[in-house]
Design a protein around this ligand. Structure first.
Ligand code: NAD
Length: 324
């Protein structure tokens, strides 16, 4: 079985490449390296360095590869940047992606797994959000991802396209064998930034807002280990390849941790306190977002293997030390 992966030089895409190769799939990556790193792409994968909207190259890759399925990870992911440059996010995450998927569909590559995000839910009023809850994006990043979801859903109503849309909650941690992890120097992810403090790349962690309406005033998030998320992709790929019908799944553990609780977990693991200061809220952040993650678990009788916040943090620290 052959899979085309966009964004395979990024954090999550490269991890999924490793898991697919481990399971005997052949993998081709398309990545422009705009935020990715070619060293993250496994040696056994073919890498084509190009933008996803380069019609000529993309079409050539698809015709040559005869892929069973495409996984679309490529995109820009910084909420803060999207608030400053909404047009850029619309262009990268929606317009370019739409063009890319149309090239796939035109060439009969019509099974697609799309990396969406929990941020399309905005600031939910319920403790846990499920896949049927209303979308209410609060920032241009989330809007751009929702637009692509809707594009895929509408296309599938008129043609024989089948999709699995995966709405990731907060992805964290690294591969146990440390083959891949989060490299970006500009990451705004909490666990990544705290790891940078641990290895001395950053003097202190800034907690963005402690006046939210939550138990300790800091935002609450649902963290999923990247290896469990990769396993969800593997299962979804097999499902679609065997003619499964289109579905949307939340990818989280259904448990929330506040920013302060994450800091406290770091303190316990390290047996010392990591320094932090309270900064202003960030535009576009919601106060709490936790997955109702029952649908995927029930559908595939799936159980996560790494739903332990200390394990998530420990693998993230190990990775940060490796790339120090
Ligand atoms: N990291 C998270 O917690 C998280 C949460 C929800 C959703 N997601 C989604 O998961 C996907 C992957 O995220 P990530 O954390 O691995 O990000 P990342 O920045 O590490 O990876 C994105 C990859 O896409 C490539 N890329 C971007 N635009 C491209 C283009 N036009 N053409 C070709 N390549 C391009 C980049 O070079 C990079 O390698 C994204 O679509 C993101 O929206 C991530």
């Amino acid at each position: 079985m052959k899979i085309l992966i966009t964004g395979g030089a990024g954090y999550i895409g490269s991890h999924v490449c490793n898991i697919l190769l481990d399971s005997g799939f052949e993998v081709t990556v398309i990545d422009s390296l705009i935020t990715g790193n070619k060293n993250l792409v496994p040696k056994k994968a073919e890498l084509v360095v190009t933008d996803i909207d380069d019609e000529k190259i993309v079409e050539k890759v698809i015709l040559k590869g005869k892929f069973d399925l495409v996984m679309h990870f490529a995109g820009l992911i910084r909420v803060d940047e999207s608030v400053k440059e909404p047009q850029k996010y619309n262009e990268y995450n929606f317009e370019k992606a739409k063009k890319f998927l149309n090239i796939c569909f035109k060439n009969k590559l019509n099974k697609v797994i799309f990396s969406s995000t929990a941020s399309i839910y905005g600031d939910p009023q319920k403790e846990k959000v499920d896949e049927n809850d209303l979308a209410n994006p609060l920032n241009p990043y989330a809007t751009s991802k929702l637009k692509l979801e809707n594009f895929i859903i509408e296309k599938s109503k008129k043609t024989n396209i089948n999709y699995v849309i995966l709405r990731y909650f907060n992805v964290a941690g690294a591969d146990e064998k440390l083959r891949s992890g989060l490299i970006s120097k500009f990451s705004t992810h909490l666990i990544k930034r705290a790891c940078e403090v641990v290895v001395g790349k950053r003097s202190k962690l800034v907690i963005n807002g402690n006046d939210y309406d939550t138990a300790d005033g800091t935002p609450v998030r649902d963290f999923i280990h990247v290896t469990d998320l990769a396993d969800i992709h593997l299962i979804s790929a097999k499902y679609l390849i065997h003619n499964g019908k289109s579905e949307i799944f939340n990818c989280g553990y259904g448990k929330g941790y506040s920013v302060k609780e994450i800091v406290e977990s770091f303190n316990q693991i390290l047996d010392k306190k990591i320094s932090f200061e309270i900064g202003p809220r960030r535009d576009g952040d919601s106060k709490m977002i936790i997955a109702d993650s029952q649908k995927f678990k029930k559908y595939f009788s799936w159980k996560p293997k790494f739903n332990d916040i200390k394990y998530i943090i420990k693998t993230a620290i190990d990775w940060e030390k490796k790339i120090k």
